[in-house]
Write a protein that binds this ligand. Structure first.
Ligand code: ATP
Length: 237
C-alpha cells in the first residue's frame, strides 16, 4: 500500500526585499505510513510550517515532489482535498457562538450533512459542552474544537500544526487520547511540534527536521534512543 504521505527532496527558498533570501527547505524528505500518529519534530524556524503549507498547496515549492494517498500534489489536490483535514493556523472562532453553532456553520459551508456535527463533537469529547459559548472554553477545549472542525469531512489524513502548543499536561494527555482514538479508527495523523516530550507522549513515529532537512525518522522510541544526547532539546513534563 502506498504511504499516506510522501515527500522527496522538497526545496523552498523565500525571497523578500525586506528579509532577503532564506532557504527554509533544503531537500526535505518524509514518509508517513497509514494508521500512524506521526510527529513532525523540529525547533522553531526549522521548516515545519513551510512543509505543511506547501503540502496543502498554500505555498509553491522550488523543487522536489509530494504525494498524498498515492496521488501527486499539488496537481491532485482538488481530488484528495476532501480526504485531508488540516489546521495549519490557529483557527479563529466567534467567541459568542457555541461549539454546536460553530460546527453547524462550518458543516453548512462545506456541504457536510448536519448529523456529522454530533459525531465529531462526540469524537473530540465536547458533546456535553457543545451548547456553551466558545469564549468559556479552555485552550484545550478550543484545540479540540479546532480538531473537530478538521474532522467534519471524515478525512483519511489529519494534519495539525502544533496542536498541543500551550496546553498543560492534562490538555496534552487529552490530546494524546484523542489522537490515539483517531488512529485506531484508521485515520493517519501528522502533528508538528517543537517539543520532544509532546511527540514522545502522543506519537508512534517521528520525522525530525533541522534547517530544512530530515535528520532522523522512524518509530519514536528508536529514534529518540539513537539521538538522545545528540543535541535534541528536551522538555519533558
Ligand atoms: P515555527 O515553529 O516557529 O513556526 P517552523 O519549523 O514551522 O517554525 P517555518 O515557519 O517553516 O519553521 O520557517 C522556516 C524558515 O523560513 C525560518 O527561517 C523562517 O524565518 C523562514 N520563513 C518562514 N516564512 C517566511 C516568509 N514568508 N518569508 C521569509 N522567510 C520565511
Amino acid at each position: 500500500m502506498a504511504p499516506v504521505l510522501e515527500i522527496e527532496g522538497l526545496q523552498k527558498t523565500y525571497r523578500s526585499r525586506r528579509r532577503g533570501t532564506r532557504r527554509a527547505l533544503d531537500g526535505f524528505d518524509m514518509v508517513v505510513e497509514a494508521g500512524q500518529v506521526h510527529g513532525f519534530l523540529g525547533p522553531n524556524g526549522s521548516g515545519k510550517t513551510t512543509t505543511l503549507r506547501t503540502l496543502l498547496g498554500l505555498i509553491r515549492p522550488n523543487g522536489g515532489r509530494m504525494a498524498i494517498l498515492g496521488q501527486e500534489v499539488p496537481a491532485a489536490l482538488p481530488t484528495v482535498a476532501g480526504q485531508v483535514g488540516a489546521i495549519v493556523e490557529s483557527p479563529q472562532f466567534f467567541p459568542h457562538f457555541t461549539a454546536q453553532d460553530t460546527l453547524s456553520l462550518l458543516a453548512g459551508a462545506g456541504g457536510v450533512p448536519q448529523r456529522r456535527v454530533a459525531e465529531v463533537l462526540e469524537l473530540v469529547g465536547l458533546r456535553e459542552r457543545a451548547r456553551e459559548r466558545v469564549k468559556a472554553y479552555s485552550l484545550g477545549m478550543k484545540q479540540r474544537l479546532a480538531v473537530a472542525s478538521a474532522l467534519l469531512k471524515d478525512p483519511k489524513l489529519l494534519i495539525l500544526d502544533e496542536p498541543a502548543n500551550g496546553l498543560d499536561p492534562g490538555g496534552i494527555r487529552e490530546m494524546r487520547s484523542l489522537m490515539r482514538d483517531l488512529a485506531s479508527s484508521g485515520m493517519t495523523v501528522v502533528l508538528s511540534s517543537h517539543i520532544l516530550g509532546e511527540v514522545q507522549l502522543i506519537c508512534d513515529s517521528v520525522t525530525i527536521i533541522s534547517l530544512g532537512r530530515r535528520v532522523a525518522a522512524g518509530p519514536v522510541a528508536e529514534v529518540l534512543a539513537q539521538h538522545s544526547g545528540n543535541g535534541l532539546r528536551v522538555r519533558l513534563e
